[in-house]
Design a protein around this ligand. Structure first.
Ligand SMILES: [Ca+2]
Length: 458
């Protein structure tokens, strides 16, 4: 990290100096998170970079590129954000709480000094929710009503049958999709969905083999069921992420209502958890609660609200998650084995009615602080760490798709701390998932039924 501290300190307030010192400590690896590597490299030489654009959506396959509104934010010559810079302008916070450490919320805004080109390749998807790239560059996409489609990069769509009936109501339906790490050989596809069970429902994960002619999934088998079921149509979580050892993480909501919400703290319940299983559904021997009485062996971490984003860091291999908090309490976490992420005991948000959650506290011994939080919220959907050649300035940054206010959130890191935030593509509305492809472009699906390719403009 090459921040010129002297020149910055000369013109800073006391509060800003504290932030500079915090950044300096983080740069020295002294922030206690056990990581000192910087993942925020950049080749930018601009000292006042202009914003990346959010271009308007085109209705066909024509490309479109637009440049940006001017920006008042700045970055240093190394591309590291000025620690005294203003945060993304998001309006006032909802909750009265203060962060536990500098840089836990409202870090300085950063602006990429190039524009983004967008190409809408289809607008004919029906409530798409999850997407992943097939080895040949096409996409396999879930539609929440209960169907899977394969879509070419030119927007040609074909249906994949053989799926179970899903509980399509509220936030429920067919949700995420992932390919087996050995898909090229075994053609196994994993998907999550809300499943009706005895007058209630819950998140279920199944897998099946994509038929050679791609018309259906064969031998569909359930590998995981979140229990207990609950009669609600909210908070299914259910993002799927394979780690580098081939283990499958599944993120799970706590079903929202006051009674099941408490089970986020109950290790004998799978509500409000991140779980980790083998691809066949069996439980890894080294999961944190394996073999313990009245504790579920599937559990990886607990105290979560509704985790809908999960991404494996391309260097560390760590799982990172983004979870829907209450009003003003969306969180970025790096869930570690057996740890408690606090919900509903601690949170930076308040209830949507305006009253505090529980005792209205944000910290408690034995509970983990979020790496970062948003107030107002971003309503996270998908997330992925960028790795590719098209946007070298973004290497290993986290891209998060947003439902509200929509668009994409980019986070820059120093080690495991967030040091910069950027927003773009808000005109594409409620985005459900984001995927980086092998050419370095990234792709979005949204509630308008669009599949959008985003590439570098100028
Ligand atoms: Ca938390």
């Amino acid at each position: 990290m090459n921040i010129d501290y002297k020149s910055q300190v000369a013109s800073l307030s006391k509060a800003s100096i504290a932030l500079v010192l915090a950044a300096a400590l983080a740069a020295c690896g002294s922030n206690g998170d056990g990581s000192s590597s910087s993942s925020s490299s950049s080749s930018s030489s601009s000292s006042s970079s202009s914003a990346s654009s959010s271009s308007s959506s085109s209705s066909s396959s024509s490309s479109n590129s637009s440049s940006a509104s001017s920006s008042s934010s700045s970055s240093s010559s190394s591309g590291v954000p000025d620690p005294s810079g203003p945060p993304v302008s998001t309006g006032p916070a909802n909750a009265p709480y203060s962060p536990a450490f500098p840089g836990q919320t409202r870090v300085p805004e950063v602006r990429s000094d190039f524009s983004l080109a967008t190409q809408v390749v289809t607008e004919d998807l029906s409530s798409p929710w999850g997407m992943t790239e097939l080895p040949d560059g096409r996409f396999i996409i879930t539609q929440r009503g209960g169907t899977i489609v394969i879509v070419t990069r030119e927007g040609q769509t074909s249906a994949v049958g053989g799926l179970p009936t899903v509980y399509f109501n509220g936030q429920g339906g067919l949700l995420d999709i992932a390919l087996d790490p050995d898909f090229a050989n075994n053609r196994l596809v994993y998907f999550s969905y809300a499943e009706s069970r005895n007058g209630a429902n819950g998140t279920t994960v199944a897998r099946g083999r994509l038929a050679d002619n791609e018309s259906s999934l064969e031998n569909v088998t359930v590998i995981f069921r979140q229990v207990p079921e609950w009669n609600s149509s909210l908070h299914y979580g259910s993002r799927l992420a394979f780690d580098r050892n081939g283990l499958l993480y599944i993120t799970l909501g706590e079903r929202s209502d006051p009674q099941p919400r408490q089970q986020a703290q109950d290790l004998n319940s799978l509500l409000g958890k991140v779980v980790r299983i083998h691809p066949d559904g069996s439980i890894p021997e080294d999961n944190p609660f394996v073999g313990q009485a009245n504790r579920r062996g599937e559990i990886w971490s607990y105290g979560h609200r509704n985790v809908q984003s999960a991404a494996i860091h391309p260097v560390s291999g760590d799982l990172w998650t983004v979870e829907h908090g209450p009003r003003g309490g969306d969180e970025l976490n790096r869930p570690e084995a057996g740890k408690n992420y606090g919900w509903p005991i601690i949170t930076y948000g308040i209830d949507y009615s305006g009253v505090p959650i529980g005792s209205g506290i944000t910290q408690q011994a034995g509970m983990e602080q979020p790496v970062y939080y948003w107030d107002p919220v971003i309503a996270p959907s998908g997330a992925t760490f960028y790795e590719g050649e098209m946007f070298p300035e973004w290497q290993h940054n986290l891209l998060i798709s947003s439902l509200t206010p929509g668009g994409v959130v980019r986070l820059m890191f120093n080690g495991n701390r967030v040091v910069g935030e950027e927003r773009f593509l808000r005109s594409f509305g409620r985005i459900r998932d984001i995927e980086v492809t092998s050419d370095g472009a990234f792709w979005l699906i949204n509630d308008n039924g669009q599949l959008v390719r985003v590439s570098r403009g100028d």
